[in-house]
Design a binder for this molecule. Structure first.
Ligand SMILES: NC(=O)c1ccc[n+]([C@@H]2O[C@H](COP(=O)([O-])OP(=O)(O)OC[C@H]3O[C@@H](n4cnc5c(N)ncnc54)[C@H](O)[C@@H]3O)[C@@H](O)[C@H]2O)c1
Ligand SMILES: [Zn+2]
Length: 392
C-alpha cells in the first residue's frame, strides 16, 4: 500500500557568508513596526548589533524585547506575547536559540484575545498567524527555525510540552555563522548534540518517510563530521556554518517525521529539574540508542554506510564488508564518544537527582506518549526505569 507524507518549510532560507545582509530587503514596505525578540545572553555577547544594523537600514520603527526567559514556562511565553501585542509591531525578528525562537513563534499567533498559550496547550489547532516572522538562530541547534513547534515548560505538570501548529513555521530564516562564532563551547556542545538527536531520532522514528530520511541522514552525516571542531575551535567558521545548516535540516526532519524516546524521556528532566534541553538529551542519547539497537540495527548500518568512516582515533574501522552489527555498534559507540569528548555532563547526580526521584521521573516520562509512540522499540515502564537508572 502506498503511504502519504508531506513536507512543510519556511518560505525562504538564506544561508552562508553575509546571509545577514538579506534582512533589509526581506522587511517589506507594508511593515510599520519591527519587534526584535532576543535574550540577555545574546545581547550581552554583543551579537544583537549584527542584525540591528541591517534592521536600522529599513528606517522602520523598532522595538526590542531583550529579556526573554531561557526555556520559558507557558506563562513567561504568554507575558512576552502580551508585551508584543501591546507594542503594535507587525513583524518579528527572532535572534536567539530555541528559547527565543519559540517565544517569537508563539507571539506570532497570539495577537488575539480569542485564546492564549494555556488554551494552545490543550488545543494547538486554534493558533493562527497574524504577523510574519524572521528567525535568526544563534545556536546550532534546536532547528526551531524550521519546525512548527514551540516548547514551553508547564510547572504544574513538571513537564515540557510541545505546541505544534503549521502557522508557527517561520516565514524567513537566516543561517549565518557570524551569529554562532562566539558561542561558548558549554552551549555549542549540548545544542549541537540536540541537533544530532533530532537527526538520528527522526531517522529511526516510526514516522520516518522519504522526506524526513533525506534531511535526517544529511544532517546526521554533517553533524557527525563537524560537531567536534565546530564546538571546540572558535575559528572553525566553515564547520560552524555546516552545523547551522545541519541543525536546520534536522529541524526539517522533525517537521516531516518526529523525535522518539530520547526527547520523550528528556522532557521531565527539563520540566522538573531545569536541566538544559541539549544536556538532558545528550545524557539519554547513548542509553536510548543502545536500547533501540536490536530493532534499528539496519538503520544504524545505513547511517554508517552514508558516513563511510575510515578511522576511529587513528585506528581503521570495520570496512564496507563489515556486517550490520559491526557497523551499527560503531555508530552507537561514536555518538557516545562525541558526548564524552565534548565534556557534556553524563550523570543526573551532577544535578542532584537521585533514586528518590526515579518513580516520578518514570511516571512523567511515560506520559510523553506523543513521542514515545514514535520509538521503533516499544518503551515499557520498566524500560524507562532502566534507562533513567543508567544515567543516575
Ligand atoms: N521549537 C522546536 O522545534 C525546538 C526543538 C528543540 C528544542 N527546542 C527548545 O529550545 C530551547 C533550547 O534552546 P537552545 O538549546 O537553542 O538554547 P537557549 O535558547 O535556551 O539558549 C541557551 C543560552 O545560550 C545563550 N546563547 C544563545 N546563543 C548564544 C550565542 N551565539 N552566544 C552566546 N550565548 C548564546 C542564551 O542567551 C541562553 O542563555 C528549549 O526550550 C527547547 O525545549 C525547541
Ligand atoms: Zn531537541
Amino acid at each position: 500500500m502506498l503511504t502519504s507524507y508531506n513536507l512543510k518549510m519556511p518560505g525562504a532560507v538564506y544561508s552562508g557568508e553575509n546571509a545577514l545582509d538579506q534582512i533589509t530587503g526581506l522587511i517589506g514596505d507594508e511593515v510599520k513596526q519591527i519587534a526584535v525578540f532576543t535574550d540577555q545572553g545574546i545581547a550581552g555577547a554583543g551579537l544583537l548589533e549584527l542584525p540591528l544594523e541591517r534592521i536600522r537600514k529599513t528606517g522602520k520603527k523598532t522595538v526590542i524585547f531583550d529579556d526573554l526567559a531561557a526555556e520559558p514556562t507557558y506563562e513567561e511565553a504568554q507575558a512576552a506575547a502580551d508585551r508584543f501585542k501591546s507594542s503594535g509591531a507587525d513583524f518579528i525578528v527572532a535572534v536567539g536559540g530555541g528559547s527565543v525562537m519559540d517565544a517569537a513563534k508563539l507571539a506570532s499567533v497570539l495577537a488575539t484575545d480569542a485564546y492564549g498559550v494555556k488554551e494552545l496547550l490543550d488545543n494547538p489547532g486554534l493558533a493562527e498567524k497574524s504577523v510574519r516572522t524572521l528567525m535568526i538562530p544563534t545556536t546550532a541547534g534546536t532547528g526551531a527555525e524550521a519546525t512548527p513547534n514551540a516548547i514551553v515548560a508547564v510547572p504544574e505538570k513538571e513537564l515540557k510540552v510541545g505546541i505544534v501548529n503549521d502557522h508557527m513555521i517561520a516565514d524567513y530564516v537566516i543561517l549565518d555563522a557570524a551569529m554562532t562564532k562566539k558561542l561558548p563551547a558549554g552551549i555549542a556542545a549540548p545544542t549541537g548534540v540536540d541537533a544530532l538527536c533530532h537527526a538520528i531520532e527522526c531517522f529511526t522514528s516510526n514516522k520516518k518517510n522519504p522526506f524526513s530520511d533525506l534531511y535526517a541522514l544529511q544532517a546526521f552525516e554533517m553533524i557527525m563530521k563537524h560537531i567536534e571542531k565546530a564546538c571546540l575551535d572558535p575559528d572553525a567558521l566553515e564547520e560552524k556554518q555546516n552545523m547551522l545548516l545541519a541543525s536546520f535540516y534536522a529541524g526539517v526532519a522533525i517537521t516531516a517525521s518526529g523525535t522518539t524516546a530520547v526527547h520523550a524521556l528528556s522532557y521531565p528532566l527539563g520540566g522538573k529539574y531545569h536541566i538544559p534541553h541539549g544536556v538532558s538529551n545528550a545524557m539519554l542519547l547513548a542509553p536510548v540508542m543502545r536500547f533501540n539497537e536490536p530493532v534499528c540495527r539496519h538503520l544504524f548500518a545505513e547511517a554508517y554506510d552514508r558516513l563511510r568512516p575510515e578511522y576511529d582515533n587513528d585506528r581503521p574501522v570495520p570496512g564496507a564488508e563489515a556486517n550490520e552489527e559491526q557497523k551499527s555498534g560503531w555508530i552507537v559507540k561514536r555518538m557516545e564518544e562525541i558526548v564524552e569528548r565534548l565534556g557534556i555532563p553524563t550523570s543526573l547526580k551532577e544535578f542532584g537527582i537521585g533514586d528518590s526521584d526515579l518513580d516520578s521521573l518514570v511516571e512523567a516520562g511515560m506520559g510523553v506518549q506523543r513521542l514515545l509512540g514514535n520509538n521503533m522499540r516499544p518503551v515499557t515502564e520498566e524500560d524507562a526505569r532502566r534507562l533513567y537508572l543508567e544515567i543516575m
